[in-house]
Design a protein. Sequence first.
Length: 177
Amino acid sequence: MANDKPAFAYKGARPLADIVGGALSAACRKRGFATVDLIQHWPDIVGPAYATSTSPDRLSWTRKPKGLITEDEHEPALLTVRCTGAASLRFTHELPQVIERINMFFGYRCVGRIRLVQLPVARIERPVRPAPGPVSPEAAETVRQAAAGIEDDGLRAALERLGRAVAGRASRPTSTR
């Protein structure tokens, strides 16, 4: 209570992750997750094949009396994963690899088993980035001249694509709602 100020103060807008992280962490702790890392990085762990058809639901830690285990060892947890019916059979065959990827992500043997539950998976709709608008010939020439001094062909082509995309975004009409 004596020192409630953060280590550094923001001037202006704060990152959304700083604001939402606290509220989301409490919800995750109810489901057994110590942090939101597993939920946030689930598509990276399972890959694109299972990113939309599975999601981690609960992490259950076994409870043993203190006398049976020492401080430095722990019993790995049971991860309950929501899975659609169509993907559950394929996902079952890849469970050992998924457990290994999760444990590599955390850096220790966190998950020992995975239990699949066939329930609907909440789909996270990612916003679709609108296509850039048309680029005027003058803007295309300006981009070409700006990248002309670069010797590497691949880098020059990439910078020209980026310049055209930025110029196209600037020329796109904004919609009003």
